[in-house]
Design a protein around this ligand. Structure first.
Ligand code: ADP
Length: 409
């Protein structure tokens, strides 16, 4: 097992596409790090660079103690699991899992009866080698709960079972690190959940350094010790799932992590008497005392307010002053409900403010609101975020402080 360090790694494909752009990432020994981001942001290229399947344009990659820039893939001691399982159809599950170890045997060819006579030491070594491979296959099969499948061929397996074999094949290698590229995306939703939990459990047991690529933020949040959110070939933020969720460094990360996505409203910070307000198309909201203090210097500026769906609570509109009924610390937006999605234990309510801003609110089941109804949306102002209105969209409440940011190597 080893750490994996990427230092200022850049990959420019022929034709000029800058797929990875000065990327720094340090994955600790035994750590599970997820690269997550929208399609085309450079996740797979990063993984392929680590695996040696693509050449670096510049930068350094270290695995364990070795700089591997010029090492071919087979010498990097990594095991890769791709989205398509790529099993050998004519081999049994056991042989598929053992395949790469069989290829690397030191005493291949010395396990036959003739060798037993002419070179007994080599014969014994060949037997020991084979026994070790069989033991590793058995133990990987046990970890993945597929002892009964070892004699089957891939065509007799379901999609989920095939992907388990692909994971098993990686496990038996006992490599420095596992690289997984969207391994669950070919599976249906239920199986994805099941295998996701299994992968996490397997990692807890084997504690092998793992780098996992996905475009699915939920997969990233549930699997990663840390998640690295990528955009346009760069890591925007890297930290524990909760740190990234609670303190996104910019609007891109805020909008990418969390489902349904964060609502964004553009407006201005306005001083009214002693209070600092956010005023936009959607209405006016008074900042909480802590945010008033931290954003007082930004008065007059255009900003983007970020509201997580579960920080917005729609209630049937009260007559008269809309602020009167809201709980302490909440602001109120008057809105009309245009869709209600009941999801069993929770409800997503889509509303449109009088200024035509759309928001999604997520609440526990049983909310008494219906489409077409006028509602007051109670916004928990202690949980909102403020971003710069420019393209960078940095989080104005976390200037300079990047929770979980990668140390510069
Ligand atoms: P992701 O895995 O995040 O979807 P990729 O790493 O596959 O993204 O791709 C990053 C960028 O590099 C994309 O713009 C993609 O079109 C481009 N790209 C990927 N592979 C190649 C290639 N072999 N040649 C040229 N451009 C490529």
């Amino acid at each position: 097992m080893g750490e994996v360090i990427l230092d200022n790694v850049t990959k420019i494909y022929p034709g000029g596409v800058r797929a990875v752009d000065g990327l720094d990432l340090a994955v600790g020994e035994g750590e599970f790090v997820v690269l997550v981001g929208p399609s085309g942001c450079g996740k797979s290229t990063t993984l392929r660079l680590i695996a040696g399947l693509e050449d670096l344009t510049s930068g350094t990659i270290r695995i364990g103690p070795r700089i591997v820039n010029d090492l071919p893939p087979r010498d990097r001691d990594l095991a890769i699991v791709f989205q398509n399982y790529a099993l050998y159809p004519h081999l049994t599950v056991a042989r598929n899992m053992a395949f790469s170890l069989m290829l690397r045997r030191r005493y291949a060819g010395w396990g036959n009866p003739l060798a037993r006579l002419v070179a007994p030491a080599r014969f014994r070594a060949a037997c020991a080698e084979r026994a070790e491979i069989e033991a590793r296959v058995r133990s990987a099969a046990e970890l993945l709960g597929m002892q009964e499948l070892l004699r089957r061929r891939p065509q007799a397996l379901s999609g989920g079972q095939r992907q388990r074999v692909a994971v098993g094949r990686a496990l038996v290698r006992r490599p420095q690190a596992f690289l997984l590229d969207e391994p669950l995306s070919n599976l249906d939703a239920r199986l994805r959940l099941e295998l996701r939990a299994e992968l996490k459990a397997v990692h807890r047991k084997v504690q092998t350094t793992t780098i996992y690529v996905t475009h699915d933020q939920e997969e990233a949040m549930t699997l990663g010790d840390r998640v690295a959110v990528m955009q346009a070939g760069r890591i925007q933020q890297c930290g524990t799932p909760l740190a990234v969720y609670r303190a996104p460094v910019n609007r891109f990360v805020a909008g990418f992590i969390g489902m349904p996505p964060m609502n964004f409203l553009e407006g201005r910070l306005i001083q009214r008497g002693s209070a600092l307000l956010f005023g936009g198309e959607g209405g006016e909201l008074a900042l909480c005392p802590e945010h008033q203090r931290r954003l007082s210097a930004s008065e007059g500026q255009t900003v983007v307010l970020g509201i997580r769906p579960d920080a917005a609570h729609p209630v049937p509109a009260s007559a008269g002053d809309i602020r009167r009924a809201a709980p302490e610390g909440h602001g109120v937006l008057r809105a009309t409900v245009w869709a209600v999605e009941a999801l069993g234990d929770r409800v997503d309510t889509h509303v449109q403010t009088t200024g035509h801003e759309r928001l999604v609110c997520r609440t526990a089941a049983g909310e008494p609101v219906t489409a077409g109804q006028t509602v007051d949306v109670w916004v928990d102002m202690t949980r909102v975020h403020f971003f710069a209105a420019d393209t960078g969209g940095r989080n104005l409440l976390a200037p300079g402080a990047m929770p979980g940011a990668m140390p510069k190597l």
